[in-house]
Design a protein around this ligand. Structure first.
Ligand code: SAM
Length: 230
């Protein structure tokens, strides 16, 4: 059950704080075109999109990595962090990737977004190799929002490919309506197990300092992990 007060707060605050007309137009088109093309309504909520955009600015990210594109809603938010930022985004679903590319064209950001279609775990080693060979820039911000079972592997790649001190890694949906704190749930649900793994490993990982923030509002009770690269 969603708390109507939390939804009212999202609406009220967005009315005052999310007032970039061009961005709102691009996001509204993205939502309607994605729905018209049968994509699931599982994009981040608006305040979280704006949070990602502000993280990109705070981290002064020139290059962003996204794992889990869908229709490109979160990608458009991050692309509006500044007019130069470049995004590499990974998606397993070819149809979703095509819809996203159209959404990027309408948003006017297509030239700055590299869409790579395939299994993220197949693509990430290539990106890492290209970075090592100096053929690709490191990432100041990484946003992980795909299959939760592989959260730790994605996080590990993001840390290896980060632009160094001050870079940020965000992992979405880590609270799972509270299931993350329940060891029994982890035995039954691989997504919960994958989420616990990224939290526990991040806590032991000397490369990062991290926290989990719980969220309420338009989407159900959930939360995200925010990691600072040391
Ligand atoms: N970040 C998007 C947004 O907020 O607008 C939402 C992403 S959606 C929650 C998760 C996406 O990850 C889906 O489109 C799904 O097809 C994709 N995905 C799932 N498993 C994947 C994998 N192994 N490799 C790449 N993408 C994957």
């Amino acid at each position: 059950e969603q708390d109507p007060r939390a939804i009212a707060v999202d609406t009220y605050t967005a009315t005052h704080l999310h007032n970039d007309t061009a961005l709102n137009k691009a996001l509204n088109h993205c939502i309607s075109n994605s729905a018209d093309n049968g994509l699931r309504d599982i994009a981040v909520f608006p305040a979280f999109g704006k949070f990602l955009m502000l993280q990109a600015r705070l981290a002064r990210a020139s290059h962003i990595l996204e794992v889990g594109l869908l229709g490109g809603y979160s990608t458009i938010w991050m692309a509006f962090a500044n007019p130069e930022v470049k995004i590499t985004t990974l998606e397993i679903d070819e149809h979703a990737a095509e819809v996203a590319k159209k959404n990027f064209e309408v948003a006017g950001v297509a030239s700055r977004i590299e869409v790579l279609v395939g299994t993220a775990l197949d693509i990430l080693p290539t990106l890492e190799k290209e970075i090592q060979e100096g053929k690709r820039e490191k990432y100041g911000l990484a946003f992980i929002d795909a299959d939760k079972e592989n959260n730790w592997s994605y996080f590990d790649y993001a840390a290896k490919m980060s632009a160094g001190t001050g870079s940020v890694i965000v992992v979405d949906n880590v609270v799972r309506a509270g299931a993350v704190a329940d060891e029994e749930e982890a035995k039954k649900d691989e997504r919960v197990a994958g989420t616990r793994k990224v939290i526990e490993n991040a806590g032991r990982d000397g490369r990062v300092d991290a926290t989990v923030v719980q969220t309420v509002g338009e989407k159900s009770y959930d939360g995200f992990l925010l990691a600072y690269v040391k």
